[in-house]
Design a protein. Sequence first.
Length: 190
Amino acid sequence: MSETVLATQGLTRHFGGLAAVNGVTLEARMGELHAVIGPNGAGKSTLINMLSGDLAPSSGTVSINGRNVTGFAAHQISRMGVGRSYQKTNVFLSFTAFENCRLAAQSRQKSSMRFFRPAAKLADVNRTALEALASSGLETRAGSLASTLSHGEQRQLEIAMTLATHPRLLLLDEPLAGMGAEESSSWWRS
């Protein structure tokens, strides 16, 4: 039996009188794939926002790797090995695809004093960025500005950025949103 990476108990979020998420209890183990499905407005993004620390729950608990992280900030949960993509693409448009991934990989460096060293000289960070681009099918677009990528490629880039952080748990909020059939099928093959 594999270890539990994510667990919730009675997770609830109210917005005034509206319960966007009501009493969700779930468990995800290493190596498992789960999907939350439902119509627009069903609370899927609200759930992911609570799991990632972008939104505090009204009640209930969230545990990552056996540690209660309820109320932790997003950056704290991210540092615990949780990667996430957003429903709306969130990339740096004026950076190349490689630079976007390198920046994500740099965020996992242990020393905060690495800013004195040029990023181009961080071999491990550069290798991680290239591996993340290859994993998402964007290795041939590494030198392209993010602003020149198609919407589907920008979605792939955001996932590559998330992979560059070496997450133990990956939360994807509608990763195929806005993609056409050709874009979404080609991404899943890569």
